[in-house]
Write a protein that binds this ligand. Structure first.
Ligand SMILES: *Cc1c(COP(=O)(O)O)cnc(C)c1O
Length: 402
């Protein structure tokens, strides 16, 4: 093959793969939104849709107070730092946010990252090596999986949310120096909440550490929104918490790891996404700080989110749809068949409701669904319109009788 032909083959190969994705209906295209994020969004075709697929659990992403806090932080601290944290990229606002997160989460110390993906990617490698064992839930987020891959520790996997299998894996890892159980606190596809009380009991029995990823929990799970550790009454028993500022806590971007002081200090010295990537923009740090102050002074947003979730879960079930039982604001409406899920999501779009359809390989074969995500910002009137649209699309596709 000549050099020219080798290059052509590379691009032709990509084209072929892309065509095959399109043919299988697996090609992901992006809907363009022309407004702020919110319970309703305006798309670039001019249509207004009720948004049921954002991780905007507390409605803070497009919220005016959040926007103003970001502007105020930009005015005071500037647009950016052009530096990593340890050279000249740490401002008062970054230290304040780390402290506020530690207090909010009930942990000793916190380190910020550009994303939760980086927090997970940079967590394991500095702390564990080939003498150690990481025991992961089989459905953990891609960023945990990648973080574990970057670490030399032995890997064990337990079946999703299966405590008997977790115990089997802890026994299998018996000879290892340090053991750490790693799990999403709440799983975004099913709305499953990890059984942290049982996980912490098992961890105590086998001398293991516990790490949870709270991206779909921080800000709203538990009585005061601290997360799944509060929800399950195990605050103080979890060793490491990773999370995002890009979902409930304002929705811009940014991540963190909260843990004991010696863990956070080690990460500041050794965690590669922290050492070799730019500091979090001051606007995000300032707005996140304002969000935490708001959530610490009142549970009204968290309470409204859970009221909306209970209202929607009850009503969608009464319409005759099959949902995954639970209490999380992720509500999977099960349609099982991939083409049906696609048609259903498309019909809902025509009826003014934005939801995302999921099918294999994102979820197991035969488990296609549309995933609804509630927000504190949804009004009852909006939820009623969504329920009407579900009923109409469901009738048209012969899914429900009502
Ligand atoms: C969204 C998500 C992440 C990534 O968060 P970013 O801050 O967007 O990088 C990591 N883990 C879980 C469980 C998530 O849902």
């Amino acid at each position: 093959m000549t050099e020219i032909n080798a290059k052509q083959a590379f691009y032709a190969g990509l084209d072929e793969n892309l065509a095959s994705l399109r043919q299988q209906g697996l090609y992901k295209s992006e809907r363009v939104i022309a407004s702020r994020q919110g319970p309703e969004v305006v798309c670039d075709d001019g249509r207004t849709l009720i948004n049921m697929c954002a991780n905007n659990y507390l409605g803070l992403s497009g919220d005016e107070a959040t926007v103003q806090a970001a502007i105020a932080a930009t005015e005071k601290y500037g647009y950016g730092l052009s530096s990593v944290r340890f050279i000249c990229g740490t401002q008062t606002v970054h230290k304040q946010l780390e402290q506020a997160l530690s207090i909010f989460l009930g942990m000793e110390d916190t380190i910020l990252y550009a994303a939760a993906f980086d927090a997970n990617g940079g967590l394991f490698e500095p702390l564990f090596d080939e003498h150690d064992a990481i025991i992961s839930d089989a459905l953990n987020h891609a960023s945990i999986i990648d973080g574990v891959r970057l670490c030399k520790a032995a890997r064990y996997r337990y079946q999703h949310n299966d405590m008997a299998d977790l115990e089997v894996q802890l026994q299998a890892a018996a000879g290892k120096r340090h053991k750490v159980i790693a799990t999403d606190g709440a799983f975004s596809m099913d709305g499953t909440i990890a059984q942290l009380d049982k996980i912490c009991d098992l961890a105590d029995r086998y001398g293991a550490l516990v790490m949870i990823d709270e991206c779909h929990a921080s800000g709203f799970m538990g009585a005061t929104g601290r997360g799944t550790h509060e929800h399950h009454g195990v605050m103080g028993r979890v060793d490491m918490i990773t999370g995002t500022l890009g979902k409930a806590l304002g929705g811009a971007m940014g991540g963190f790891t909260a843990a004991r002081r010696e863990v956070v200090q080690t990460l500041r010295q050794k965690s590669r996404p922290y050492l070799f990537s730019n500091t979090l923009a001051p606007s995000i740090a300032g707005a996140s700080l304002a969000v935490l102050e708001r959530l610490s002074s009142s549970t009204d947003l968290r309470d409204r989110l859970h009221a909306n979730t209970a209202y929607f879960r009850r009503a969608i079930f009464q319409l005759g749809f099959t949902i995954k039982a639970g209490t999380h604001p992720v509500v999977p409406v099960m349609l099982f068949d991939a083409p049906v899920a696609q048609q259903f999501a498309q019909r809902l779009y025509e009826l003014g409701v934005l939801v995302s359809g999921f099918f294999y390989p994102v979820v197991p074969m035969g488990q296609a669904r549309v995933r609804v995500q509630l927000s504190a910002a949804h009004t009852t009137e909006q939820l009623d319109r969504v329920l009407d649209a579900f009923a109409q699309a469901g009738r048209e596709l012969g899914l429900v009788k009502v």
